[in-house]
Write a protein that binds this ligand. Structure first.
Ligand SMILES: [Zn+2]
Length: 194
């Protein structure tokens, strides 16, 4: 049942992204009727942890509407207690079976982690989370920013699978599938990572 839900959820995301890239969105679930239908309870089909970047808008990217996606956004799509708590709520309490960690090309948070030694104010809070991914990307041969984005997504996916009793159990029992993806700012395409 869960596996079926997960496949179906992934398919719905992929289909929506294809429509978005083609410039032919259906813009579903944005009517007053949908608003009223979901006012009492929500049943989103996917959780998306993504960047706060103004160009990364999950409902647009996946051509979905109200009540479809449980979105958690923070610069650099990193995991801390607050983002993790929100994800656990959606996975356990709302029973959402698919979790996508969505990074993106040309991520300013990742660039900040590459460039800045001293982070001003509170920006260090997310930069510190990204630095290990940058260190990993530095030994790779490609583009440092892009490799760091991918390493950061991979790192967060692994953290989510082994980060405490709630998600651990759900993953082990097949009730939650955690995947990573990268959004291309220019093309609009989301590539699901292996
Ligand atoms: Zn970003």
């Amino acid at each position: 049942m869960s596996t079926e839900n997960q496949e179906q959820a992934l398919e719905r995301l992929a289909e929506g992204n294809t429509r978005f890239v083609a410039g032919k969105p259906l813009a579903p679930h944005r009517s007053g009727r949908r608003r009223r239908e979901t006012a009492e309870a929500q049943k989103p089909f996917a959780i998306i942890l993504t960047c706060a970047d103004s160009r990364v808008c999950p409902e647009l990217i996946f051509d979905r509407g109200i009540g479809d996606l449980f979105v958690v956004r923070v610069a650099g799509n990193v995991l801390d207690d607050l983002t993790l708590g929100s994800i656990e709520y959606a996975a356990e309490h709302l029973g959402v079976a698919l979790l996508l960690v969505l990074g993106h090309t040309n991520c300013g948070a990742v660039k900040a982690a590459i460039e800045q030694e001293e982070a001003p104010g509170h920006t260090g809070s997310f930069i510190d989370f990204i630095r290990p991914a940058v260190a990993k990307a530095k030994v790779m041969e490609g583009n440092l920013c892009f490799d760091s984005v991918l390493a950061n997504i991979g790192r967060v996916v692994e953290q989510l699978k082994s980060t405490g009793p709630v998600l651990d159990d759900l993953c082990r029992n097949g009730k939650l599938r955690v995947i990573g993806g990268c959004y291309d700012l220019a093309s609009g395409a989301v590539k699901i990572l292996p």
